[in-house]
Design a protein around this ligand. Structure first.
Ligand code: XMP
Length: 486
């Protein structure tokens, strides 16, 4: 047994020393950062792979704002795949595999297909693959009942506006505007379909200039996987669906099974981006980096809904965990970033995590109260709230068993409940409106923080950073005090 001589510190234990700054406007700073060794995002924020935080809507909003969302894994593979595809289809320079229908299909089939895939139109093709028209929801809804076949209600080749495969976004905008149309099929030279440009694809880059995009102009998205049997299949399916990064979601990542999972993933999917964790020590970070991870997720027990430290006695205060892990990655010789996961409740926490050497932060409960998080708000004691739950809480664990074993979540099976040792809690958080507004505050804090740190970007913030430990009196002084808040 030994006791480490230095104290473990977390965000509230320290402040950053202000530095001379040449930054005259908060707009001057660069908030972009590395998510992994190969993926860059425009703000250093990742929404957590928790079932009360990130599904499709959150992932779309996060990427539109410049960050990224990680779709949780507590759902069947096919549902997670569907969610990833929805994010990848939410925006693109061009939809690559638009939904198609045969001209001989019925109007009813066309309507059902559009409802099923939640799209407003289908490209009509004939057997040889030639594009012969386009049919929209408007066509099928307004057509007289005597017209029953798609080819009778569609806009046919004679009136169809199409583009060739090297059209630019600006040329597409002009065509869409001049012809007052919503969809522009893009054709190969032989008349077969290459893709579809929609008016949304043209508008969205203007609306969200900061969006985090892949090389095809699609929103970035991550997907979580575990290590149990079948998770290699989940990884393969997510990659096939276009996921940008896999997040190996293991509570204690410094473990033999995590290291061998990273190696297996690396050998099977050479090019995949793999975030691995969670760890909270130098050795943990070093070994996951050496095993082939593309980024390391750090945090054992700092999360708002975590009780791991109480239940098991293990954990490291988060600021120290980040500093140690950065050191571990440096020792490995691998140039990969750290993601600080858990415990971020204020802009200042994020700035401190980045100054300590993390290159992005993962956030759970702060986003759980937003409109885009799964679940509806409820009224509790006259206040609008949403629910957040630790993924190792009793309810989440039982919910998972219910899905895996085909049981009703509400069924009270005394024996099963007794077997669970929860390491997380369920809680309510205030309803906070759109996540974009929460991000606006967070990123505003970061921009100011960079200016106080005399840093044009996150890398310089880390290089310049000097922390000062503070006392309980210093903590009290740091918040508003001695006034009655309105
Ligand atoms: P925040 O503080 O942002 O933390 O809500 C989110 C992170 O907490 C972790 N997490 C858990 N940790 N028991 C734990 O010990 C749990 O039940 C649990 N659920 C989530 C996770 O790393 C997440 O990103």
């Amino acid at each position: 047994m030994k006791i480490r001589p230095s104290k473990g510190l977390t965000f509230d234990d320290v402040l950053l020393l202000p530095r001379r700054s040449s930054i005259s406007s908060r707009r001057q700073v660069d908030t972009s950062t590395r998510l992994t060794d190969r993926i860059r995002i425009n703000i250093p924020v990742v929404s957590a792979n928790m079932d009360t935080v990130t599904e499709t809507s959150m992932a779309i909003a996060m990427a539109n704002a410049g960050g990224i969302g990680i779709i949780h894994r507590f759902m069947p593979i096919e549902i997670q795949v569907k969610q990833i595809k929805l994010v990848k289809r939410a925006q693109a320079v061009m939809v690559e595999h638009p939904y198609c229908i045969d001209g001989y299909a019925s109007v009813i089939q066309a309507r059902e297909l559009m409802r099923k895939y939640d799209v407003g139109g289908l490209v009509v093709i004939e057997g040889s693959g030639q594009v012969i028209g386009i049919v929209t929801m408007r066509d099928v809804n307004l057509a007289p009942p005597k017209l029953t076949q798609v080819s009778e209600v569609m806009t046919g080749r004679d009136r169809l506006i199409t583009a060739n495969s090297n059209i630019s976004l600006e040329e597409a905008r002009i065509l869409l505007y001049e012809h007052r149309i919503e969809k522009l099929p893009v054709l190969n030279s032989d008349g077969t379909l290459k893709g579809l440009i929609t008016s949304q694809d043209v508008i969205k880059p203007v609306q969200n200039p900061f969006a985090a995009l892949d090389e095809k102009g699609r929103l970035l998205v991550g997907g979580a996987i575990g290590i149990n049997k079948g998770e290699m299949e989940r990884a393969a399916s997510l990659l096939e669906a276009g996921v940008d990064v896999l997040v190996l979601d293991i509570a204690h990542g410094h473990a033999d099974h995590c290291i061998s999972m990273i190696r297996n993933l690396r050998s099977q999917f050479h090019e995949a981006q793999i975030i691995a964790g969670n760890v909270a020590s130098r050795e943990g970070a070093r070994e996951l980096a050496e095993a082939g991870a593309s980024a390391i997720k750090v945090g054992i027990g700092p999360g708002s809904i975590c009780t791991t430290r109480i239940v098991t006695g293990f954990g490291v205060p988060q600021l120290t965990a980040i500093i140690d892990s950065v050191e571990g990655v440096r020792e490995s010789g691998c140039n990969i970033p750290i993601i600080a996961d858990g415990g971020i409740q204020k802009g200042g926490d994020m700035v401190k995590a980045l100054a300590a050497g993390a290159e992005s932060v993962m956030i759970g409960s702060m986003f759980a109260g937003t409109e885009e998080a799964p679940g509806l708000p409820v009224i509790r004691d006259g206040q609008k709230v949403k629910i957040v739950r630790g993924m190792a809480s009793l309810a989440a664990t039982m919910g998972r068993w219910a899905v895996e074993h085909g049981r009703d979540e509400s069924a009270e099976d005394q024996e099963d409940w007794m077997k669970v040792v929860p390491e997380g809690v369920e809680a309510v958080v205030p309803y906070r409106g759109n996540v974009g507004e929460v991000l606006h505050q967070l990123v505003g804090g970061l921009r100011s923080g960079l200016s106080y740190g005399g840093a044009e970007n996150i890398r310089i913030l880390h290089e310049n950073a000097e922390f000062i430990e503070i006392t309980p009196a210093g903590i009290r002084e740091s918040g508003s005090h001695d006034v009655k808040r309105l």
